[in-house]
Design a binder for this molecule. Structure first.
Ligand code: GYE
Length: 332
């Protein structure tokens, strides 16, 4: 009798929405985000947080570390104390995570690695990993410039190249730098004359370009490891009375809408795609794990394009597409 009454009360509560029907999979999903340095990062946060918040029965536990490793370590320890069900993690830099990630493992909280992967990846347990192929992105940046120069008859001309790097020690910076430098070997006409961090932000990109324009004669090509720095540099180039996209060839990375706009305006030449839209991957992964599926530890790289003024530059692994043809579809 008592059981019946309870069942009745429960059914009534469910009808009026007091109890979510999916109480069996009420999950707390924690995300330790790096900060908010770029358009890419904003889109990444929106994609992941939006997906989790929209999912029935899932609760988001979010922390923005404001670019500080110690804040990320604190956040991870808080997630453990709270007993969350999943942890999503990207590291502002790649070193120094052994201890805290071992604590996550000891607490047996499934760890999903996204974006910037930690150096200790082979020594920790994780259930899935997803992010850009940074070395390939860096290779594509330089290859685009090299192939473009060939296409306009400047393949044998000696050109001065500067590399504006992302946050020092971030896997997105070390990987892209590795790819940039390896590809430069393939284009002997491209001479590296400057290499400095702009920390993945517009403001620092502008400041670094300002100082380069004062100290280096004749910069022909700027490789900026993200679009925000390229956009900051464009402001500096204009302020110095030069024409971005013509006097200086500019290749960014990420493929955010603001970069497409700069390309369409003729002020930037190309951007290598690195998608920030991780929400669907996170959702699929957690759903699969909840269904008892085994995941493998393979690092999943999304398929990504290259966008420029006219399209048609062949980079071996990908052929570029004109930014004007895709700009309307870009949501970030
Ligand atoms: O390219 C940059 C961001 O880690 C892939 O970080 C990410 C990079 C992205 O701030 O814009």
């Amino acid at each position: 009798m008592m059981k019946k009454v309870l069942a009745g009360a429960l059914a009534a509560a469910m009808c009026i929405g007091m109890v979510t029907p999916a109480f069996a999979d009420d999950l707390q999903i924690a995300f330790s985000q790096i900060g908010q340095e770029s358009d890419w990062r904003t889109a990444n946060t929106d994609s992941i947080n939006g997906t989790i918040e929209a999912h029935e029965g899932w609760t988001l536990v979010y922390d923005d570390a404001q670019q500080k490793q110690e804040n990320q370590i604190k956040a991870l320890r808080n997630f453990i104390t709270q007993g969350v069900d999943y942890i999503l993690f990207t590291g502002v830099v790649s070193t120094g995570w052994e201890e805290v990630l071992a604590e996550v493992n000891e607490a047996e909280i499934p760890l999903i690695l996204i974006d910037r992967l930690p150096d200790c990846i082979d020594d920790i347990d994780y259930v899935a990993a997803f992010g850009g192929d940074f070395v390939e992105e860096g290779r594509r940046q330089v290859a685009w410039a090299g192939e473009y120069l060939k296409s306009v008859g400047r393949g044998d001309e000696e050109v001065n190249v500067v590399i504006m790097e992302g946050t020092t020690g971030a896997s997105a910076q070390t990987g892209r730098t590795e790819g940039n430098l390896a590809a430069l070997e393939e284009y002997p006409n491209m001479k590296l004359v400057g290499q400095q961090t702009g920390n993945f932000t517009r403001a620092e990109g502008q400041a670094v370009m300002e100082s380069w324009l004062k100290s280096i004669d004749d910069i022909d090509v700027l490789i900026a490891q993200n679009d925000d720095m390229a956009l900051g540099a464009i402001d500096a180039i204009k302020a110095a009375g030069k024409v971005p996209g013509e006097d200086i060839i500019i290749v960014g990375c990420d493929s955010v809408k603001a970069a497409f706009e700069a390309i369409v305006a003729g002020e930037m030449n190309a951007t290598i795609e690195c998608t920030p839209l991780y929400g669907p991957f996170v959702e699929k992964t957690i759903e699969a794990l909840e269904n008892g599926e085994e995941m493998n530890k393979e690092i999943v790289h999304p398929e990504e394009g290259v966008y420029d003024m006219d399209g048609g530059i062949d980079l071996g692994t990908v052929v570029s597409v004109a930014a004007k043809d895709v700009i309307d579809e870009r949501i970030y």
